[in-house]
Design a protein around this ligand. Sequence first.
Ligand SMILES: NC(=O)c1ccc[n+]([C@@H]2O[C@H](COP(=O)([O-])OP(=O)(O)OC[C@H]3O[C@@H](n4cnc5c(N)ncnc54)[C@H](OP(=O)(O)O)[C@@H]3O)[C@@H](O)[C@H]2O)c1
Length: 256
Amino acid sequence: MGKTRILILGGTTEARLLGAALAARPDLDATISLAGRTVDPLPQPVPVRIGGFGGAEGLARYLREKEISILIDATHPFAAQMSRNAVEAAAASGLPAFTLRRAPWQPVEGDRWVPVSDVPEVVSALGPAPRHVFLAIGRQEAHHVNRAPMHHYLVRSVDPVEPALTVPHVTYIRDLGPFRLDDEIRLMRHHQIDALVTKNSGGSATYAKIEAARQLGVEVIMVERAPGAGLPVTTTVEGALNHLDHLLSPAMKRGV
Ligand SMILES: NC(=O)c1ccc[n+]([C@@H]2O[C@H](COP(=O)([O-])OP(=O)(O)OC[C@H]3O[C@@H](n4cnc5c(N)ncnc54)[C@H](OP(=O)(O)O)[C@@H]3O)[C@@H](O)[C@H]2O)c1
């Protein structure tokens, strides 16, 4: 019997871990798809394809051509366009599909969060008075703070911010998590940070900055997630494996 082909839309730790679990399965043939944004992507445990598909239609064509049976959207919680495309392509192809997405962080006692619905809203949340801002939202949307040149920025991203920001006071650090609490506290103290800007990505690898902000009494401008795109969601790799086994069960497989 042929192997069941699975496409994992990746770019996250969860996609990599799920790929590692599936690599060991003799009944499955999994591929991870990356957008190709990261200059030096981490090695992946299963074969990788890189680059956009050309919208939902392009993805549907790929699913058909590669005879994919199950689509798993394990992209980052803020990769909203890709997730919309996944819903559309799965519906158009009549394929079973689900989302693997880590749960968002929840505020706990001592947190000072200011929720905002998107990155452009960060600027008004920071207010007009000059502040020392730790901008930890990745490089793609960092340019929005060009509208607020009165603040000092510490910008951390995996790849360089290009083009550079136009604000006069900016320090760049390139780093890839996981980050440690004591390092985050030291960094935030050193740069006299009084506002942390982050996306509500969830997960443990980048949570230390949230804990550091709590301990230092620093305000957190929290960019919240948009509502999910509509596929069934599991929040853990284990949940994804269970969901997959359910789809692969003989009764379900008749439709796969
Ligand atoms: N947004 C974040 O904060 C963030 C953080 C960490 C990692 N990532 C990862 O970085 C990648 C890009 O994120 P984004 O926010 O730029 O996505 P996005 O805005 O939702 O997607 C824009 C376009 O990029 C292509 N694309 C995105 N993810 C892809 C994938 N896994 N495989 C193939 N093509 C993909 C698609 O192009 P076509 O329409 O041409 O198919 C998509 O329409 C994703 O893989 C995501 O998991 C994102």
